[in-house]
Design a protein around this ligand. Structure first.
Ligand code: HEC
Ligand code: HEC
Ligand code: HEC
Ligand code: HEC
Ligand code: HEC
Length: 310
């Protein structure tokens, strides 16, 4: 295949995609062909790992070298925690930090294209393993390792939703033609976000016990890590209860926060019992579980459930 490829591309060399001597190919370069992946990544926390106002404020504008390893990792795939790079920190957790090794792009799938602008190497086991994320998410990965919940999913399964599509997308006549010869494959989006819904999986379980004038709520964390997880920045999970009368009017509302910093987060598989006074005339309660987002991001609602009084 290389022959037809060089005819189409006009003998262009793609060496720059795997060279990392004084600089390295930034994410935008990869986005010339991996269009969808680049757009997803651009919106993710990984792209903002150095430029986020929170990180800059906590590191004297990115000056603390001990903080840079995971936020501006070296442009190559490492075993364990990466070292920090000293060029183009704005590219945050960039593509090459997860994919480039010895001049090849490592990934999970067998070749699906007729041309290879850069060499590839397949290692499915590595990319589908939670330890791959644990290189930087050390605390969350430790929580995951000791979690004993049933049918435990990997980080990728929840934070990189699956999708069937091609590995690259076309931008002009030549690339459109090359892409048209690629095969579809079962891939994962590079959004690295929190998703409230997981197919066939209940993130939380709620049990309610009523007394004449109180209600006990038992909240069980079915996630394979703490609720909330994370150990850097401000990590807060929220349980909100609204007490409603028969006309759906809100009588009262209460909020409990679970905060990582003061260790009130709920470990994987464990429950917390919370007791509330029941206002008179309550006929229904509304339980809402949410996650405070990173600085500047909105709350993510993870569960919204109504319970009728017996
Ligand atoms: C934090 C690590 C990480 C970063 C950063 C990252 N990837 Fe990935 N990438 C993965 C993982 C994990 C998979 C495997 C997902 C799966 O199981 O299908 C993957 C899969 C891929 C694949 C294989 C096909 C597919 O869509 O699944 C390509 C191509 C790819 N990434 C390109 C990129 C590009 C381009 C960027 C930057 C814009 C990037 N990646 C950033 C971790 C990362
Ligand atoms: C000129 C287009 C082009 C550019 C630019 C490009 N890629 Fe690719 N990439 C491809 C094509 C085409 C494939 C599929 C090759 C195949 O299936 O044989 C691919 C495959 C991959 C794979 C392998 C997926 C797997 O699981 O086997 C990874 C990872 C990857 N690219 C990452 C990157 C990264 C990171 C960059 C930026 C440094 C980049 N690519 C830049 C065209 C490109
Ligand atoms: C090279 C280090 C590194 C690797 C590897 C890595 N991450 Fe991250 N990740 C980070 C950093 C740093 C942040 C925090 C960025 C910020 O908000 O400043 C982060 C943030 C996140 C977030 C938070 C998103 C949000 O909106 O708050 C999720 C989810 C996430 N990563 C998932 C993953 C998954 C899944 C993997 C494995 C496929 C992975 N990460 C691999 C460094 C890494
Ligand atoms: C069953 C789905 C699921 C799995 C598996 C999972 N997570 Fe999560 N993750 C969530 C949900 C839901 C939240 C929001 C609640 C919380 O913080 O616990 C979250 C939150 C996070 C956050 C915090 C985001 C922020 O705003 O700062 C990070 C980081 C993260 N997960 C990383 C990981 C890593 C790393 C793994 C694997 C070791 C993993 N997750 C496995 C569902 C999952
Ligand atoms: C071992 C890798 C690693 C190192 C070293 C590291 N971080 Fe992080 N950082 C992360 C990950 C992963 C996240 C995502 C949330 C979490 O897991 O706490 C994060 C998230 C953050 C956030 C939240 C970002 C936001 O947008 O809300 C801040 C702030 C932060 N880190 C500051 C620091 C500071 C300050 C240091 C140095 C003292 C540091 N980090 C060192 C991995 C690291």
């Amino acid at each position: 295949m290389p022959i037809c490829f060089f005819v189409l591309i006009g003998c262009k060399s793609f060496d720059y995609l795997t060279k990392t001597e004084n600089t390295f190919p930034v994410a935008k370069t990869c986005g010339d062909c991996h269009v969808n992946i680049f757009h997803e990544w651009s919106e993710s926390a990984h792209a903002q790992a150095f430029t986020s106002s929170d990180f800059l404020a906590n590191t004297n504008e990115g000056d603390f070298s001990e903080c840079l390893a995971c936020h501006t990792p070296e442009p190559k795939l490492t075993i364990g925690r990466p070292l920090s790079r000293h060029v183009l920190p704005e590219d945050g957790v960039t593509c090459t930090a997860c994919h480039l090794q010895n001049g090849k792009m490592l990934g999970p799938i067998e070749s699906t294209a007729t041309v290879q602008p850069h060499p590839i190497k397949v290692d499915k086991a590595l990319y589908t393993n939670a330890a791959f994320c644990g290189r930087c998410h050390e605390v969350t990965f430790q929580q995951w390792q000791i979690s004993t919940i049933d049918s435990k999913k990997t980080c990728q399964e929840c934070h990189m939703p699956s999708i069937v599509r091609k590995v690259t997308q076309g931008k002009d006549a030549v690339s459109n033609f090359l892409v048209s010869m690629e095969k579809n494959a079962a891939l994962r989006k590079h959004t690295f976000m929190i998703y409230p819904e997981q197919e066939g999986y209940q993130l939380f379980e709620i049990e309610t016990f009523f007394d004449s004038n109180s209600i006990t709520i038992e909240l069980k964390n079915n996630l394979p890590h703490s609720f909330p997880t994370g150990n850097f920045g401000v990590q807060i999970g929220v349980l909100q209860i609204k007490f409603l009368d028969s006309d759906e009017n809100e009588l009262e509302s209460e909020k409990i926060e679970f905060v990582q910093e003061i260790k009130t987060n709920i470990p994987s598989g464990q429950s917390k019992k919370l007791i509330f006074n029941l206002p008179e005339q309550t006929t229904k309660i509304n339980v809402i579980i949410s996650r405070e987002g990173r600085a500047g991001k909105k709350q993510v609602e993870l569960l919204n459930k109504e319970v009728l009084l017996p």
